[in-house]
Design a protein around this ligand. Structure first.
Ligand SMILES: N[C@@H](CCC(=O)N[C@@H](CS)C(=O)NCC(=O)O)C(=O)O
Length: 264
């Protein structure tokens, strides 16, 4: 359902911005655009069809009211209508799975403790393989780190035994890792790796990625290639800012007939 997808396509609040007036009955996700950790939480919330509000915060000039909200001052931060504040994306994700688990909301973690532990271990395993190589390409933007990322992707591919990393259906593992795979192929292309080589080396990962994107919640929480290119170009020019590629993202959402008024 397109109408339930909440996006982060809005400008970030900065040092001098006042705290926005929000609906006290709807949970708030403090987020920062194009952060994989924040994307992870928006993905889970959208896949569960939870109503929430997004407040984007600039990590380069954080608003005064944001500083001190948590001990680490990082995004994402969850603020429930009951006043509970949670940070660290893995902790938020597990908390959301526990509070939004009744019939109305889709469950992503198995109930069985052992199966649940296995899914979490799988996330740990994949993140250990992928997190640093993705970050390295984003920072160094050279062919060598691109090749290392492609190697890492092919090691992850060996773990894909079914349609999804969680099994036959999209589940916890897929949602937790997807943000790194949203950008990875475009990062590779940006540093000069041929698209066909990517498709040949990690075709099963690319097919999984397409299966993920066929879910509207995933699609509208993802960023198109042009946004990733704009982010890398801004970094290269040492001109990164919180609203990088915002207009490109808005155009992409408009193209998919998404209008902000659709959000809850
Ligand atoms: N381990 C944290 C990482 C969060 C994180 O590093 N967030 C970055 C944005 S990608 C941030 O807020 N950086 C601001 C800062 O370090 O001051 C999580 O999973 O939530």
């Amino acid at each position: 359902m397109v109408g339930m997808v909440v996006t982060d396509a809005s400008p970030a609040l900065m040092t001098d911005h006042l705290k926005p007036q929000l609906d006290p009955n709807i949970p708030v996700l403090y987020s920062t655009r194009m952060s994989p950790y924040c994307q992870r939480i928006r993905l889970i919330l959208n896949a569960k069809k939870v109503a929430f509000q997004v407040v984007n915060v600039s990590i380069w000039s954080k608003p005064e009211w944001f500083v001190g909200m948590t001990p680490v001052n990082k995004l994402p931060v969850w603020h429930g209508p009951n006043g509970h504040v949670i940070y660290e994306s893995v902790i938020i994700a597990d908390y959301l799975e526990e509070i939004y688990c009744c019939r109305r909301y889709r469950r992503f973690l198995p109930v069985d403790p052992f199966q649940k532990a296995m899914q979490k271990l799988r996330v740990e395993h994949i993140m250990r393989l992928i997190e640093d190589p993705v970050r390295a390409v984003g920072m160094k933007q050279d062919l060598e780190s691109g090749q290392a990322l492609l190697d890492a992707l092919s090691r992850v591919e060996e773990l894909l035994m079914d349609n999804f990393f969680s099994g036959q259906e999209m589940g916890y593992v897929d949602l937790m890792i997807y943000p790194w795979f949203d950008r990875a192929p475009f990062y590779l292309k940006f540093v000069g790796i041929d698209w066909q080589e990517i498709l040949d080396r990690v075709d099963r990962i690319m097919q999984w990625r397409e299966r993920m994107l066929s879910d509207m919640a995933v699609r509208l929480t993802s960023y198109p290639e042009e946004c990733w290119v704009a982010l890398l170009e801004a970094r290269r020019a040492k001109a990164m800012h919180a609203d990088v590629a915002l207009e490109l993202q808005q155009n992409f959402l408009n193209k998919h007939k998404y209008t902000p008024s659709d959000s809850p």
